[in-house]
Design a protein around this ligand. Structure first.
Ligand SMILES: NC(=O)c1ccc[n+]([C@@H]2O[C@H](COP(=O)([O-])OP(=O)(O)OC[C@H]3O[C@@H](n4cnc5c(N)ncnc54)[C@H](O)[C@@H]3O)[C@@H](O)[C@H]2O)c1
Length: 606
């Protein structure tokens, strides 16, 4: 506790002060006296106490009557007598996202400063990243005299589950993390960051964590928000939290080994932000997109990068930094006022209306970004049919997509019978309304809330005529797993330093740090409510008034004793309640019980 003890001591019954100055000598004195005034022995009572709780005899009717007698009008506002406490607070959510080329240059101490106090660091690292960049990362921590423990964490999508989380938790325990001074470090792709972030948000109810994304999607999307999560069964990211990282550091040097397919996949998310918010970003994609893919944002000096003149490669690198800077900037502008997604009007949902359904319509699923792109291409057409986007502009969007190899055609988008149900499903989960962000020009958008089945029939018919729609072969031929490209050469690294000539560079001045500051409201009520399950009382029932359904986890002993009252209450209020028995003694308080509970939510379709 930051080098100080704080012992609350009563100075009278009902009043206290903190002591921060208790010494060994004082304890010696006091214990001596205490032994004299008290007969001190180990209290047998503690060991004899029953290990589990037993139920006492059932409530009798006269007990219940006694509750009712306190009021005599049949329908009682008990809280008036017994009090409701409204707790209203907010939890600060603040973090910084920093673009920092040369992050692992030993001369840079941006990262090291977080570990200055204990000189220890626990880092989860993607094994492929370790294989390729491990020696740099290791050398960095050695140069800063930080004892780092690197935990290899293979995190393909199919491992993104509670088992990986448990293994990660074990590593924290083994390390003996100092929860205040040793932010957990996550170095890897989106999956690894989601899992380590969730782990950090759960471990001891939350420890700080730092993200260093190494994939393209990680850089422009997965690392910069506050969402954490693991999959549960077939449900993607079903278990998760909204927890801000302490910091995010982005060094695009990791992109050198990212395959072109993966870059294209991430570019679709950038295309999204360009079409919604930033026409200059779109122009950069038009001008530099192909070369950015070929050279991995100016980092890959093989392939096309080998024959490209140094000045051009440098120009591509600069353009790449600007593309990423703009993409992160617009994304953070959209996310930061709505970190926990309370507001349903989100332009970042562009491409995510029909895209996710298309993504899962193939096995294995289509790359996420590609499915999003197909949705966006369709929406550009939808915009054109309403007379908002001009034909030339829509054509410009499609041309750019084609040149960057972002697939835009799929038979789904000429089939209103498949598209309409997806819209209806969205409507059901989003307070009875669909909100479809549609570009009205490149860099601007509006929400459509009035798309009908008939309109889809018309638009899809035309769309089929103007597009030659077929499943793009490219997608299926793409390699399923990623390969590493050749290692960084010394000349690659020198190029970083050459851009500046004073040896020690404040990169963030050139490339931007975003400080996200927000707060999450935490409000709830605690109410003493005698007669809570009296059918005449609707305090609880009102929470289920809309769907008339309720999922309840109930202790089996409680059920045995009070179940008939509880059941009768929900029946009286016409609420279809599913009661899940949940035997929860201390020894069951673990991830297995959590998983069983999650399954019940899935089965219920909450
Ligand atoms: N939390 C969020 O807001 C958010 C947003 C978008 C996506 N996501 C999640 O991100 C995940 C997808 O992330 P992803 O696209 O980064 O994929 P990924 O995490 O699965 O990584 C893909 C592969 O890239 C390899 N890899 C990592 N760095 C590399 C490098 N520098 N060079 C070469 N290979 C490298 C990894 O070993 C892995 O095999 C999904 O699970 C998705 O749900 C989360």
């Amino acid at each position: 506790q930051a080098g100080m003890h704080r012992v609350p001591i009563p100075h009278r019954i009902g009043g206290y002060r903190f002591r921060t100055d208790i010494t060994f000598d004082e304890l010696v004195d006091v214990c001596g006296e205490y032994a004299r005034v008290m007969t001190v022995r180990v209290e047998k009572l503690i060991c004899d106490a029953p290990a589990t709780l037993r139920l006492l005899p059932p409530v009798t009717d006269s007990d219940r009557k006694e509750w009712r007698l306190k009021n005599d009008d049949g329908r009682v506002e008990w809280e008036a007598c017994y009090g409701t406490w409204s707790v209203v607070a907010s939890q600060r959510m603040d973090y910084e996202v920093t673009m920092r080329p040369g992050l692992f240059d030993p001369a840079d101490d941006a990262l090291a400063q977080f570990y200055a106090k204990t000189k220890r660091c626990l880092a989860y690292v993607d094994p492929l990243v370790w294989q390729e960049y491990g020696h740099h990362i290791k050398a960095y921590f050695e140069a800063h005299n930080i004892a780092a423990r690197f935990v290899p964490c293979a995190a393909p999508e199919e491992n993104k589950n509670l088992e990986l989380l448990a293994a990660g938790a074990q590593a924290i325990v083994d390390f003996g993390l100092d929860r205040r001074h040793e932010p957990v470090l996550a170095i890897g792709g989106g999956v690894l960051m989601d899992v380590v972030s969730l782990l950090s948000s759960l471990y001891k109810r939350r420890v700080p964590f730092i993200r260093i994304p190494t994939t393209f999607l990680g850089i422009v999307d997965a690392s910069i928000g506050v969402k954490t999560g693991v999959n549960f069964g077939k449900n993607k990211n079903m278990l998760g939290t909204y927890t801000p990282p302490k910091a995010v550091y982005i060094d695009t040097a990791f992109l050198r080994t990212v395959p072109a397919l993966h870059i294209r996949n991430g570019l679709c998310e950038i295309m999204k932000m360009a079409l919604m918010r930033d026409n200059e970003l779109f122009a950069l994609l038009e001008d530099f997109g192909e070369r950015l893919i070929e050279t991995r944002f100016g980092h890959y000096t093989g392939g096309v990068g080998a024959t490209m003149p140094a000045a051009e490669l440098s120009q591509v690198w600069e353009a790449g930094q600007e593309v990423i800077r703009r993409a992160i900037h617009t994304m953070l502008e959209e996310l930061s006022y709505n970190l926990t997604e309370q507001n349903l009007y989100r332009c970042v949902d562009f491409g995510h209306i029909w895209g996710p359904t298309v993504e899962l319509s193939s096995s294995p699923p289509l790359p996420h970004g590609f499915a999003v792109n197909m949705d966006m291409a369709y929406c550009a057409y939808l915009s054109y049919t309403k007379g908002t986007m001009s034909w030339e502009e829509a054509q410009r969007v499609w041309d750019c997509m084609d040149r960057l190899g972002l697939p835009r055609k799929h038979p789904y988008f000429i089939d209103p019978a498949r598209m309409h149900p997806t819209l209806m499903k969205m409507q059901k989960t989003q307070a009875g309304m669909h909100r479809v962000p549609i570009p009205h020009r490149i860099g601007g958008y509006r929400f459509r809330t009035d798309i009908t089945f008939d309109e889809l029939v018309d638009v899809c018919g035309e769309y089929a005529r103007v597009m030659t729609v077929r499943v793009e072969k490219l997608i299926c031929d793409a390699p399923a797993t990623l390969r590493l490209l050749p290692p960084v050469t010394d000349s690659d690294r020198k190029e970083w330093r050459l851009k500046n000539d004073d040896g020690r560079v404040e990169w963030e001045a050139c490339y931007g740090t975003w400080s996200v500051v927000a707060s999450q409201r935490m409000d709830y009520e605690v109410t003493m409510r005698p007669g809570l399950f009296d059918p005449a009382d609707d305090a609880l029932a009102q929470f289920y008034a809309k769907t008339k359904r309720c999922l309840a986890y109930v202790d089996p002993l409680v059920w045995q004793e009070y179940g008939h009252h509880i059941k009768a209450y929900f029946e009286a209020h016409n609420i279809a309640a599913r009661f899940v028995p949940c035997a929860a003694p201390e020894e069951n308080k673990n991830l297995e019980l959590l998983a069983a509970g999650a399954q019940a939510i899935v089965d219920f379709g909450l």
